[in-house]
Design a protein around this ligand. Sequence first.
Ligand code: ATR
Length: 275
Amino acid sequence: MKKLFGVIGNPIGHSLSPHMHNDLFSLYGIDAHYHPFLVEKGRLAEAVTGLKAIGAAGFNVTIPYKTEIIPLLDWIDPLAKEIGAVNTVVNRDGLLAGYNTDGPGFLKSLEEGFPQLDNPAMLVIGAGGAARAIYFTLEKTGPLVLDICNRSLSKAESLVGESQLSVPSRALSAEEAAERINEYDIVIQTTSVGMHPETGESPIGLHNLNKKVHAADIIYNPAETEFLKQARKRGAKTLNGLGMFVHQGALAFELWTGIKPDADRMRETVLKQLG
Ligand code: ATR
């Protein structure tokens, strides 16, 4: 019987995940379909019960349900628990297991994009859900330092306070971070500032940036945010969020099927959709 996969969220209309996964199912000859499901506010529990009842084989979870879904699942992977968010669910014989592939997907993209960097000093800009996934994943790679800066400093402070990191980690204001920017090998922009259809300035000033700093953004539409543009103009190597999106999907696909999919092909599928 055809297996059902999908993504639940709100809004969901512009998700590129269905294209990416349905293409992989046909590539690997898997009899399955991946569908976007719009879940109305307040109806998440019903949606999850329904997906379980009809035997959906797995699904992704996106904004705004990545945290709210946790108590509705039967088992949570330790990293997802630490992050406090689930983006991938696997149905194992009727029990729903939750994972987070956003952080590990970002890490894969970083390793591909900036392969020469060993034990780097890193700065994460932002303290929201995406920042948490990246922060707790990167910590395990043993960076020299892993600082976090946020418009609201208190949110960065509580993230640093809550975590028991094995590496040095400070909370900085955007102004402090702009001053100290050249202390880092990699600066990672995780806020939604500049995401299509909005435009926006870089969330931190890059006037001091020197070309040794590597700049990564989690946004891939547009391909270059103002943050990345300014960094590139100052000679920095840059990386957008396309690799993170592809690899979070690749890791989900592997959890569902056991197959490590062709990430280059996935990238092509997404680029085709973006036009
Ligand atoms: P996500 O799950 O996408 O990370 P979120 O949890 O709502 O979304 O977090 C949004 C992040 O973007 C926060 O760090 C937020 O900063 P505040 O905590 O100060 O709100 C940051 N952010 C959003 N708009 C911003 C802006 N215009 N300038 C700077 N930071 C912004």
